[in-house]
Each structure stands twice: as structure tokens, then as C-alpha cells.
Design a protein around this ligand. Sequence first.
Ligand code: HEM
Length: 448
Amino acid sequence: MWVIGAFLVTIVAISYIYSIYKWRTPKSNGIPPPGSMGLPLIGETLELLIPSYSMDIHPFIKKRITRFGPIFRTNILGRPVVVSTDPEFNNRIFCGEGKMVEIFFTDTFNDLLGIGGKDSKMGGSGAVHKYIRTLALTHFGTERLKAGLFTEIGNMVDHTLRLWSTLPAVEVKNASANAIFHFTAKHVTGCGQEKLPKNFWEKFKNIRQSFMSIPIRIPGTSYYRCAKDKEEVLNTLKGIMEEKCSSPQTRGGGDVFDHAIADLNTQSFITEDFVLLLTFVITFVSFDSVSSVLPIVFKCHAENPSASKELEAEHEALLKRRRENRNSPLSWEEYKSLTFTPHVINEILRLANLVSGILRRALVDINVKGYTIPAGWMIMAITHASHLNPDVYKDPLVFNPWRWKDIEARVTSKDFMPFGGGGRQCAGAEFAKAFLASFIHVLVTKYR
Ligand code: HEM
């Protein structure tokens, strides 16, 4: 009897050791990048999820760069992933869309926003991507900014800061996300705050907070609550859409919704569901990122009096040159004439580390630096690692806007990619920079 028992234990032990071996040495048509795959099933997910409260590269990444070099493999939630902190390779990935890689999002992102992967409703490539990009640029790009959106931003910032100045304290990230959300939601849906349900903003906030949750749809989990909130948001948007479709006089406000409704069925993918998801996603991406930069604007402003003085001088000089109202918002021409402010904005974006990783999936085997990334693997481009590269930015963690005066010729676009790169570079980049300039203008000319 004990012989059979010993035999079974040996079989189980061998199968276990073999499965661990297979997990740790993934199949590849060459040598996969160095790294470790962590524990079976969960890989190295837990270590990556530990929050980092520093402006520096996340310790998970930093430790592995030292051990394995700028490109290494890991495993997140059971998926093999190659992490790249190499600016040349990141640029290659961004420019290789469609041939070498495709856009990829985590399952939670994909389910909740429906924007990643081949099977997603919003699709990731071709005509769908082109349509979404054009729509976002039409409503938030340079031409729209010049045609009045920039002035509207200035008025909104003025109103918001006036309101904040009456309060005993303000939690900047939350308060600015709220203000920007209602501003962009108006441009997307055509509805002001008074017309949207009271908890509309709360729902978006909840969805944002659940992005990193594990996609298990069981009552009580944060993913479940988030999926419910998304359903309610889409129902509200559906109500707005039905009203717009049934009474055309409510259209014509030039918002994203009107634009997409007018395009309904002009291409096979522009269905009602697509339009609802599109308005949801554009509202989403437009408020979260910009509001995350504002706390850093305050931090840098408060901790660097000499930079603040130079900003104040630049904006005061601009007001002195004005013939008309000192209180009117920054004009587009004035914005374009600024020289120090864009350096401050660049430096803030360099340090902000807003995008923790940009995800793609390899469509074919990719060779890089003697290694092979197998087709189907996920690639995570960590662009902010090059923002903190001491060979390019001396004392990289120091806020030094003056570095941009001399650096510009030397720093290539690969060393500075806060908005990503290639054909998917952020469609809201001009909006975000213009918003930050407007914010700084009101802050330094009207408040201390
Ligand atoms: C500081 C603020 C912002 C940052 C750091 C940022 C960052 C990014 C990055 C890195 C990407 C590329 C993602 C990828 O390659 O997979 C992206 C894409 C995008 N962003 Fe932003 N973003 C910001 C603000 C905005 C705003 C305000 C809007 C809308 C008004 C916006 C709309 C978009 C859109 C539509 C895309 C997809 C572009 C495409 O696929 O062609 N972003 N953003």
C-alpha cells in the first residue's frame, strides 16, 4: 500500500515541479527578456500593486531595472508581460501599431470602458480608432481651442479659483476633477451640471476608483459596484440621447453627442450603443488626467519661490501690455507668447508620472536587444522612466523648469512622452497644456 502512496506522491510532486518550471520558463522562439514570473497564477501582481508615494519610478520597476536591465519580463494577473523602460524601444512600439503591436487594456479596463482589444465594442484599430480620434480632436484640439474653448477654460478656471478662495481648505485633486468633469461633460453631452443627475459625477468617481480591481462580478466586490455605476451612467446618457433624437431643436449645441448622433449609421460601427460608450469614454479621459496634475502644480509652486516669482513676472508683464480689461481671460495669442510658463508645464508633466504604463499586445514575435518577445505577450511601456533618466535630466527628481531653456535641442521626443507617441498620441494634449497655462495664469495673477 505504501508503495502506491509513495508513487502517487512522487507523480504529484513531479507534476508540480514541472508546472512551476513551465511557468518560470515561458515558451519563446528565441531568448525571452530576462526577469522572473513570480508565483503561479498571480505572478508578481501584488508587488506591483503596492502604492508608491514618491515621484520616483515605482520600486517594483526600479528594482528590476537594476537587476535585469531596461527591458525585462514579469507576470501580472497570470499574463506574461514585458516591461520596457527603453525610450528607443517604446518609440518603436508606439510607431508599430497594427503591424507589430495592437492596443491592449487590462480586463477591468476593457470591461468597464470597453476600449481595448480586438473584441471590444469600441475596437482598437482602423476606422473606429480614426473616428474616435478625429471626434476628440475636433472638440478638444487646437482649432476648437482657438475658436473659443480656450476662453471658456479661462472663465471656468477663474470661477473655480474664486470659489475655492472662499473655502477654509480645498482637496485639490477631488475639487478640480469635479470642476473639469462638469466642464468637459457639458462639451460632450451638451448638458450643464443642473441638467445632469446629482450623483452623475459620483458615479464617474467610483468607476475611476475601481480601475485596479480584479474583474469578479459578485455582489459586494468593488468591480460589481463599478459595473452597476457604469450601467447607470449609460442609462442617463441614453435618456439624453433619446431626448436629443426625439426633439432635434435640443441639438445644434456643437457638443460631441450631437456630432456622433448626426453620424449615426453613416458607418456600420456607429450604432447607438457605440455612441453611448463613446460619450462615456471621452468624458472619462478628459477629466481624470488633468485634475491629477493640479496638486503637483500647487506643490511645485509652493516649494519653489524663485520659479513662482518668475511666473508672476511673466504674467504681470503680459497684463501690463494689455490695453483692455485686466480681468479678461488669457487670450490664445497671449498664451502662445509665454516662454517660461511652457517650461514649467513641461517640468510638471515630466515629474508627474501620470501614466503608469502604456499597454500593447505583440502581434508577432518581436526582436529587441538580442531577446524575443513572443507574439501574444503584453508589453508595458513605462515612458516616465525616461523622464527620470539622469543622463538626460540632471538631478531628475529636482523641479527645475530652467533646464528646458538649454535642454530642448538635446532632448529628443523619445525622452519626453507624457502624452504617449505614434498614432495614438493623446488627442487631448493641447487641451491639457492650454488648461494648465490658464490655471497658472489665474493663480499667479489673482492669488497668493
Ligand atoms: C495631462 C493630461 C493628460 C495626459 C497625461 C494624457 C495621456 C495620454 C496618453 C499617454 C495617451 C496614449 C495612450 C496609449 O497610447 O495607449 C492618451 C490618449 C488619449 N487621450 Fe489623453 N492625456 C491627458 C489628457 C487628455 C484630455 C484632457 C483628453 C480629452 C479632452 C484626452 C483624450 C485622449 C484620447 C481621446 C486618447 C486616445 C488617442 C488615440 O487613441 O488616438 N487626454 N492620453
